[in-house]
Write a protein that binds this ligand. Sequence first.
Ligand code: SF4
Length: 427
Amino acid sequence: MFCYQCEQTAKGTGCTTIGVCEKTEDIQSLQDTLLFGLKGMAAYVHHARELGASDDEVDAFISEALFTTATNVNLDANRYVGLVLKCGEMNLRTMEMLNGAHTSHFGNPTPTEVSTGTRAGPGILITGHDLLDLHELLKQTEGTGINVYTHGEMLPAHAYPEFKKFSHLVANFGGAWQKQKEEFARFPGAILATTNCALLPKESYKDRLFTSGMAGIPGATHIEGRNFQPLIDKARSLPPLTEESGGSLTTGFHYTAILGVADKVVNLVKTGKIRHFFLVGGCDGARPGRNYYTEFVEKLPQDTLVLTLACGKYRFNNLDLGTIDGLPRLLDIGQCNDAYSAIQVALALAKAFDVGVNELPLSMVLSWYEQKAVAILLTLLHLGIKDIRIGPSPPAFISANVFKILQDTFGLKMITTPEQDVAAILG
Ligand code: SF4
């Protein structure tokens, strides 16, 4: 038997990792899926706890599930399948908790147009997912003359009422994480990375890069206890940004905003003006093939509506898809954890039409990269959502047998080409 972990061909042929040889490739694959899902969920649990919210059942599950991945505790594939789906269930609870923590602190997001230009004066660019870091930074920079810009997954912050109170939160700069090296080098101010996905910096901006919370980058200055004074001092010492006009992006279609126009949406479906809903988004990445998502959205006909979230949206959120009776065709729900909002919209539509979610004219076309995307996919599978398309490549940790189980049980499929997939979905 080949050991997937130590790459020995048989037990007793020099393997010193006692017990690991008992694992099959499929057990390893299920264990890895569980571990990646737990890592993604742990990020959301951490954000919620920082905002004062926690859930004993979720915490207990994390230790229970981690325990089962210790050497030879569990070699039963069926038990792992159950744990993997339970991870999806616990991640749904976690995302609900984090949504509640965000909205109770910062209010319900509303659709908001965000500038992508720059203002004259010193600036700080903040990236990552930690809204509490942003809030503290805005409080500490208020009245200093420093402008704050969002990058990557911080874009949805502009839509929360609490953040709108800060007039020096001026714009979004740049796109998804994989463009950091080019975009951070171009941004002349100080930069704060609050979470993943942070990249090792270029020399040209290393001395003006700071980290906070869990983020750590060699050469960058780490902020302790959300005291952003060193970052503020650095921003003041750097050359100011110049005034440059830019375009705009729209974000803030939280489920409360979409459900606020639910009657209109239902009516547009009933009158045939909306034929199909798509959820297109997820984690972005640098590998070739991700232009699929841009082309896919471009090819969608005018009577379709696109919900999006996470940094995968930067593949197409600058496109003008127009409106359907005044309703924008592209609705940016928010960060990756706002998958919770997408789920609430899907459940509400199913209720309005008195059908199951799988019977809705709704298709999910997701891009995966990072562990949070794994946790969200497990949540969607836990909810029994079928025919999800993922891409651009199959997750390396999913074995052929495990992928077949997911295909047979949930109709999970890989993306093909935009033309083929649009045709297959819309007929
Ligand atoms: S959406 Fe995913 S890839 Fe993008 S920054 Fe967040 S965790 Fe990273």
